[in-house]
Design a protein around this ligand. Structure first.
Ligand SMILES: NC(=O)c1ccc[n+]([C@@H]2O[C@H](COP(=O)([O-])OP(=O)(O)OC[C@H]3O[C@@H](n4cnc5c(N)ncnc54)[C@H](O)[C@@H]3O)[C@@H](O)[C@H]2O)c1
Length: 365
């Protein structure tokens, strides 16, 4: 491919600012068009990118200077936007979760495959130094054969900082569907896919109050469970214990830890790109920081698109892979099913592990 990958952004809300910052630094990517149900948001984002214009959705899909659609809408709209973009012949990179349901995720994955187009999905934080350095340590054999992991995400609720937080508390939201993708995608990079899950959940509060922005003080209803505990059995035989919660004011819990026959590994917060990896082994029995050795050293949301652009040029698989995102969604949906039935349930999908990044990469700017 000549020139940059030309991006049409659909959804110019809260998270679009982070993508905008990252893409501004990358000559391999150029935002050419922006659409949002709220035109003023599209205009504000387009103004930050020379040559970009605010358009309505139909024009964005039809635009000849859009190669890929960056889908930053809320989860309930992910599949609709992806289908429309794929039908118009555009590659799609979407925010997580891949769709609101596994059926929708499967449908867009199939549509992309049938059209010969790329479908990619956040999170791309897993391409940062945190998870990639951890993966290099695991693959070096330093912790021996991994047999267990823990994954804890505890927060008091996104309504404290997000100006329009209702979607986090409606079907398609909740702590697992919202934050689970960071943890599960990391665990798939580190331990591989999941065979079986079980989970229980609760809803300690039926209402929440918006804590910031123009609607601060507004009460809204909660229609999904907001505290979940669960277990995952990976195909490798490793077992992961999870807590995903919007009902914890404070905790001393680590984010992700892995335990193997020869040692243990602490993996930093998978919601971020960097952070410290720490290793403890039978041979060196003290927690020791591992210098970053792999991944994007100063990544920001959008580096998954950079990887996609490179993959298109090189004719290789992109790392923010559709089969991983579909499996992550399926694992989460199956956990939610387990909370309703009380059963331990086999996960219907599986996926490959994306290729590791084996060197330290830096971005311009
Ligand atoms: N806010 C964060 O910190 C954050 C972090 C990581 C990922 N995400 C993910 O990013 C996505 C968006 O989150 P957000 O916080 O930016 O939400 P948001 O509500 O702030 O923004 C979403 C934008 O999409 C627009 N939109 C919705 N449906 C549309 C449609 N069909 N066509 C065109 N525009 C449409 C809305 O008008 C809005 O401007 C979600 O999937 C979320 O999980 C958010």
């Amino acid at each position: 491919m000549g020139g940059p990958l030309r991006i049409g952004v659909v959804g110019a809300g809260k998270i679009s600012g982070q993508y905008s910052d990252t893409l501004s630094r990358l000559p391999e990517l150029a935002i050419t068009a922006v659409a949002d149900l709220d035109l003023s948001r599209a205009q504000a984002l387009a103004e930050k990118h020379p040559g970009a214009r605010a358009v309505d959705l139909a024009d964005l899909y039809a635009a000849p200077d859009v190669d890929a659609v960056l889908n930053l809408t809320t989860p309930a709209h992910h599949a609709t936007v992806a289908h429309a973009a794929l039908a118009a012949g555009k590659h799609v990179y979407g925010e997580k979760p891949q769709a609101a349901t596994t059926a929708d995720g499967r449908s867009i994955t199939d549509a992309a495959a049938a059209a010969g187009l790329r479908l990619a999905c956040a999170p791309d934080t897993v391409l940062g130094t945190g998870v990639q350095t951890a993966r290099a340590v695991v693959e070096s054999g330093a912790i021996g054969v991994p047999h267990a992991a823990t994954a804890f995400m505890t927060a008091a609720g996104h309504e404290r900082w997000h100006p329009d937080p209702e979607f986090y508390y409606q079907p398609g939201g909740g702590p697992l569907l919202d934050m689970g993708p960071y943890y599960l995608t990391s665990l798939i990079h580190l331990l591989g896919p999941v065979r079986r899950v079980s989970a229980t959940s609760s809803r300690p509060r039926d209402e929440r109050v918006i804590g910031s922005g123009p609607r601060e003080g507004t009460t809204f209803p909660v229609s999904v469970d907001t505290h979940l505990t669960g277990t995952l059995e990976h195909h490798s035989g490793a077992l992961t214990t999870m807590i995903m919660s919007f009902d914890v004011w404070a905790a001393h819990l680590p984010r992700i830890e892995m335990h193997g026959s020869e040692g243990s590994l602490a993996v930093p917060d998978p919601n971020y790109f960097g952070g410290e990896v720490e290793l403890f082994t039978r041979e060196a029995p003290e927690w020791t920081a591992v210098p970053p050795s792999a991944g994007y050293a100063d990544g920001g949301r959008g580096i998954g698109l950079l990887d996609l652009a490179d993959a298109l040029t090189a004719g290789r698989d992109h790392r923010a892979a559709a089969d991983v995102a579909l499996h992550v969604l399926d694992v989460m949906e199956t956990m939610l099913l387990s909370t309703q039935t009380g059963a331990s349930i086999e996960v219907s999908t599986t996926c490959g592990r994306p290729a590791p990044i084996t060197t330290l990469l830096t971005l311009p700017g």
